[in-house]
Design a protein around this ligand. Structure first.
Ligand code: ZN
Length: 232
């Protein structure tokens, strides 16, 4: 069975692995105008990865999602502390205290590496994640970030099958930077995210797809609608 990766709108993504493990990344569900599901419909999750504590990533649903699913939170210690104040128990936090950039943790049979990102945050800093699935397939969720040169290193150390990259501009990479980042990351497939949610952001994935085709024609571009998924 293939892995399924569903875009839930904005930066929210759900990975259902071939063995049925579910990973939620930045599950901003309630209040996310692009999200096609309700919090109550997300009743299975093994891991919840949070890139930073801005409302459009951490949202307000995580304590309820943890209660409903028993999921383990993966995030920086400062962000885990904020979630613990909001009612998440330390038994639902990776290592009881979180992790940090450069580290790898094993949980739910998967490997999760926290990567740098260039953005801001209140509780801790902004990060991204590399998730290595049961069969070695590798997914990179960049979080919110501008382009950075060591994307090339990430792609070398962890050959990336699927990159989930923000393209919406203003707060994150724009389509030009995101397309160029493909020459550094060298993923097999890319799905653009973090656009179209607000009027201020880039509104669709067409411009990115065109630029990506010019800059990195070997990369397969999959422009999804919120709620759509791809198989890996
Ligand atoms: Zn954001």
């Amino acid at each position: 069975m293939p892995h399924q990766i569903k875009w839930l709108g904005h930066a929210a993504c759900m990975i259902k692995t071939q063995s049925g493990k579910v990973v939620l990344i930045d599950p901003w569900i309630t209040g996310n105008p692009a999200c096609p599901v309700k919090k109550e419909e997300l009743n299975q999750a093994d891991l919840i990865l949070v890139t930073h504590d801005h409302f459009d990533h951490m949202g307000s649903d995580i304590p309820d999602l943890v209660k409903a699913t028993g999921a383990t939170i993966i995030a920086q210690p400062e962000l885990c502390g904020a979630l613990q104040k909001a009612g998440v128990g330390s038994e639902n936090v990776i290592n009881g205290m979180g992790m940090n950039i450069g580290g790898t943790v094993e949980a739910a049979g998967l490997k999760v590496i926290m990567t740098q990102a260039f953005h801001s945050g209140t509780a801790g800093e902004a990060v991204g994640y590399i998730i290595i699935l049961e069969d070695g397939k590798t997914v990179y969720h960049a979080g919110d970030t501008g382009i950075f040169a060591s994307m090339e290193l990430l792609g070398k150390i962890y050959p990336i099958d699927l990159a989930l990259l923000p393209i919406g501009s203003v707060f994150v990479m724009d389509p030009v930077q995101a397309a160029f980042s493909l020459t550094l990351l060298k993923p097999r497939v890319v799905v653009p995210i973090h656009y179209g949610t607000f009027p201020i952001l880039v509104q669709d994935g067409a411009g990115f797809a065109e630029l990506a085709g010019e800059k990195a024609p070997e990369v397969q571009v999959e422009v999804l609608k919120p709620g759509e998924e791809i198989e890996l």
